[in-house]
Design a protein around this ligand. Structure first.
Ligand code: C2O
Length: 510
């Protein structure tokens, strides 16, 4: 095991991922941000230097390492006001990441309001693969980072979204979808399409990450099947499909065999968000125009000569995913039954004070000004120790927790600090034996979905909708897991950082 140090300089940069230039919030001037690559057991330190200056955007920041459990390390999880105070402008914070036993594909993003919409998103990979014997791969270096892109800055979108006179049906849609930071609209200059080069006869592991703030993508490679081997960092029995829907926050690794005639093939990732009025001009066209090229070495030209094909063939059905190596679930995942059940019903609504928002069991999540972790470290461990709008639910060490989530479909629910078993997913299929295991799964209307996890990681962990604007508008709860066992905070671990001092600074910012 090694110690690996990264420098993240968080800056505003004018970028034009889809041909339209705008101010962004990005890591080291890049969209997507630089790759973090580490192996099991490595210690990774990420020095975040907040050099944000654009007064029209949020100038503080905070970064979440999506999918990493951060065991005994909750203070480095990143969600602002849950585990830390935002990093104020001209301040630094060093995140210590420990990959523990995790191998697979993860990502990082800003977790302060809806700031990641402005660009602060990037990949994390642990390239070690304990299951290589199950499939042959000649090359596993390819990342396919999908993400929606907006032309309006996040603070302005938030303000529009939260107007009390707004209704659930008015939600700004992204202007384009990007693949590895490149997209197209029908009206802006059109950057060259991303190209993935293969050698005939070789097999490739492609890691697909959806870093969207709202949109899901349907992914397909013309003429090539996709063998799924990893789902949100969980090794999964190889499953061949022709296309798959990937929701915001989700990841898949697929094996692609370059077994077709030497040529160029379309890689397609049409984008879907709730397309309701008012639909921006060109939305339908632009949302379909998310394409890249699979280029065989030796093929003539840069793009296929064929027309861009429709999505077709066998789609992924989530309930068909079987995890291979879930240590919490050998055979039957929860033989002892369930210790604690939460029924969560979510819906949208207007409030004269807080405006248009989202509620879970009729309560809109509004972050406290003192982070939940600090409250826990100073003794909070009952529901009444937390404010009403903090939506804090207590769970005990070792409990098997079941969460039933009821509400409109296709909201991608994500849990921090854990993966969960999808014992009843959006398809309605129930499986208590070897259900899919992951960290983001979509809701399914009033039929509801059911997830289960083991409370083996003390700390405050958020469960929220990964549509960034919905999280910002209140669609979240926080599990205070084994609060009496949470003993490590920034002060006990990282005395050099001015973590405590940051909340007053942030709260005093305009
Ligand atoms: Cu990827 Cu709380 O988020």
């Amino acid at each position: 095991a090694e110690t690996i140090n990264y420098n993240f300089n968080i800056v505003n940069a004018n970028l034009a991922p889809d041909g339209f230039s705008r101010s962004t919030v990005v890591v080291n001037g890049q969209f997507p941000g630089s790759l973090i690559s580490a192996n099991k057991g490595d210690t990774v330190n990420v020095l975040v230097q907040n050099n944000l200056t654009d007064p029209t955007m949020r100038r503080s920041t905070s970064i979440h390492w999506h999918g990493l459990f951060q065991a005994r390390n909750a203070h480095n999880d990143g969600p602002a006001f849950v585990t830390q105070c935002p990093i104020a402008p001209n301040h630094t914070y060093t995140y210590g990441l420990n990959l523990g036993n995790q191998t697979g594909t993860y990502w990082y993003h800003s977790h302060l309001s809806s700031q990641y919409l402005d660009g602060l998103r990037g990949p994390i990979v642990n390239p070690e693969d304990p299951n290589l014997g199950l499939y042959d791969v000649d090359d596993e270096s390819t990342l396919i980072i999908l993400g929606d892109w907006f032309h309006t800055l996040a603070p302005e979108l938030e303000a529009q979204y939260k107007l009390a006179t707004n209704t659930a049906s008015v939600e700004e849609l992204p202007q384009s979808g990007t693949i590895n930071g490149v997209g197209r609209t029908s009206t802006d200059p059109q950057p060259a399409r991303p190209t993935f080069t293969v050698n005939s006869g070789q097999r490739y592991r492609y890691r697909i990450i959806n870093t969207s703030a709202i949109a899901r993508f349907t992914f397909q490679i013309q003429g090539h099947s996709l063998t799924i081997i990893e789902v949100d960092g969980v090794a999964t029995a190889p499953l061949a499909v022709d296309n798959l829907i990937i929701h915001p926050g989700q990841r898949y690794s697929v094996v692609v065999q370059a077994n077709q005639p030497v040529d160029n093939y379309w890689i397609r990732a049409p984008m879907t968000a709730r397309a309701v009025p008012p639909v921006p001009p060109n939305w339908a066209t632009d949302s379909n125009n998310v394409n890249a090229v699979l280029h065989y070495v030796g093929a003539a030209g840069a793009e296929p000569t064929s027309e861009i094909p429709a999505i077709s063939g066998t789609p992924l059905v989530e309930s068909n995913l079987v995890p291979l190596t879930d240590p919490a679930a050998p055979g039957s995942p929860f033989p002892g039954g369930v210790d604690k059940v939460f029924n969560l019903t979510f819906k949208t609504g207007e409030d004269p004070v807080t405006g248009h928002g989202w509620r879970v069991n009729d309560v809109q999540y509004i972050p406290p000004t003192t982070p939940t972790l600090l409250k826990i470290l100073s003794g909070a461990h009952d529901p009444s120790d937390f404010g009403t709008n903090e939506n804090t639910l207590i769970i005990n060490r070792g409990d098997t927790v079941e969460v039933n989530i009821f509400g409109p479909r296709d909201h991608p629910w994500h849990l921090h600090g854990h993966t969960f078993s999808v014992v009843k997913g959006a398809s309605g299929v129930t499986n208590y034996v070897n259900p899919p295991r992951r960290d983001v799964t979509p809701s399914n209307g009033n039929g509801g979905i059911t997830i289960r996890f083991t409370a083996d990681n003390p700390g405050p962990w958020v469960l929220h909708c990964h549509i960034d604007m919905h999280f910002e508008a209140g669609l979240a709860v926080v599990f205070a897991e084994a609060p009496t066992e949470v003993v490590s905070g920034p002060d006990s671990v990282d005395p050099g950082d001015d973590w405590d001092a940051l909340c007053p600074i942030y709260n005093a910012l305009p």
